[in-house]
Design a protein around this ligand. Structure first.
Ligand SMILES: [Fe+2]
Length: 379
């Protein structure tokens, strides 16, 4: 006898897969796990810019051996050679000031650090802000939502069938958009936290991270020299235009930002050089004609996007916290899970130093120190 429609649609093997497939934390009635962090949009809200401030990076105070940060660590796993490390056994909420200094240094060296099963999500707005303020004054986003209960510094990331505002903003274009957050600020973000509250059921909603240090190092020494000394214009004009499409509900709590930054910067603590352009905010190389600027930026944006040899990918569960240094990385969302599923997180974004330009050095011996290039006769 021919199988019924039900039998042909669900084989025993598929039933087994459904039972075995790992799924992430959800409420049975599909209400959010973290109601206190639901996004709130206030079109009348205005905030003042922080203004200029002195920044002394906590990483300067850190013991390079990381004895405090890693005292309780049970395992440290590098996610890729050039960027990303996962640390098991450490609770961010329990870190001392000395441990937080070491966290800044380790993030400055590895670009991105992943901590899972964190109670950070449950300690409340004020305790969360106190920890992250260790790295600098907290940024308030120009239009992204914050929790209804307050705390404008908590930037809420929310996507669900009942609130498709963010997903609609990517309508008709790729959601893969490499960037460093808020690069049009005069003093740009440093050691930043994303705390995941709820993820899509099975997979998706990862963050892609690219090392800007390795993006620079992987260019030929002569090309690197061409980039040093250049500056570029960064603006959030595109984001403002997109937000204004929300009409009467558009939030515009700060002025549009525009800023000139070096194309190659130096990290204040590690002194590593990093490429500091990104396709979301960087619009023009200063002093180049339009076609020249488009040509060079197009190459650099492709370089960042395509070079998976200095990227990593961060998967989240509820309670995963990503700590990353924005000055030496670019990142992108993925938005790859089915529309309507819930992804819910918050970001706390400390501002840091004004980007420091790399010195223009005609020949600083970089090529001779690069074993790979010397071996291949590329110097
Ligand atoms: Fe971002």
């Amino acid at each position: 006898m021919a199988p019924s429609a039900t039998e042909t649609m669900t084989s025993p093997g598929e039933n087994l897969l459904a039972k075995k497939l790992a799924t992430r934390a959800k409420n049975a009635d599909d209400t959010p796990l973290y109601l206190d962090y639901m996004p709130f949009y206030d079109p009348l809200e205005k905030v003042e810019d922080i203004g200029s401030f002195d920044h002394y990076d906590p990483g300067h105070r850190a013991d390079p051996a990381l004895p405090n940060l890693l005292a309780d660590a049970t395992k440290v796993i590098d996610l890729s050679p050039h960027v990303g490390t996962e640390i098991e056994g450490v609770q961010l909420s329990k870190l001392s000031p000395a441990s937080l200094d070491e966290l800044a240094l380790m993030a400055a060296k590895r670009g991105a650090l992943v901590f899972r099963n964190q109670d950070f999500r449950d300690i409340g707005f004020e305790a969360q802000k106190k920890i992250v303020s260790h790295f600098g004054p907290l940024h308030v986003h120009g239009w992204a939502p914050h929790p209804a209960a307050g705390s404008p510094e908590h930037m809420v990331i929310y996507d669900h069938k009942e609130d498709l505002r963010v997903r609609k903003s990517w309508k008709g274009r790729s959601p893969i958009q490499w960037h460093t957050d808020q690069s049009p600020e005069p003093q740009t973000p440093g050691t930043t936290f994303i705390c995941m509250l709820e993820s899509p059921a099975a997979a998706g909603g990862d963050t892609l991270v690219s090392s800007s240090v390795q993006a620079f190092k992987s260019l030929s020494p002569r090309f690197r020299k061409r980039l040093e000394g250049l500056t570029a214009i960064h603006t959030n004009n595109d984001g403002v235009t997109q937000e204004l499409k929300n009409g009467e509900t558009a939030v515009m709590r700060r002025q549009e930002l525009i800023q000139e930054h070096p194309v190659v910067i130096v990290h204040p603590v590690t002194k590593e050089k990093a490429l500091y352009v990104n396709p979301v905010y960087t619009k023009k190389i200063v002093g180049f004609d339009e076609e020249e600027s488009d040509y060079l930026l197009g190459f650099l944006f492709d370089h960042i996007a395509k070079r998976q040899d200095f990227q990593c990918r961060i998967r989240y569960e509820a309670g995963t916290v990503l700590v990353w240094d924005q000055r030496i990385t670019n990142h992108s969302q993925t938005l790859d899970y089915p529309a309507g599923e819930r992804r819910h997180a918050f970001r706390l974004t400390p501002l840091a130093n004004k980007p420091i330009p790399a010195k223009i050095e005609e020949d600083d011996g970089e090529c001779e120190r690069d074993f790979g290039r010397v071996q291949l006769g590329l110097c």
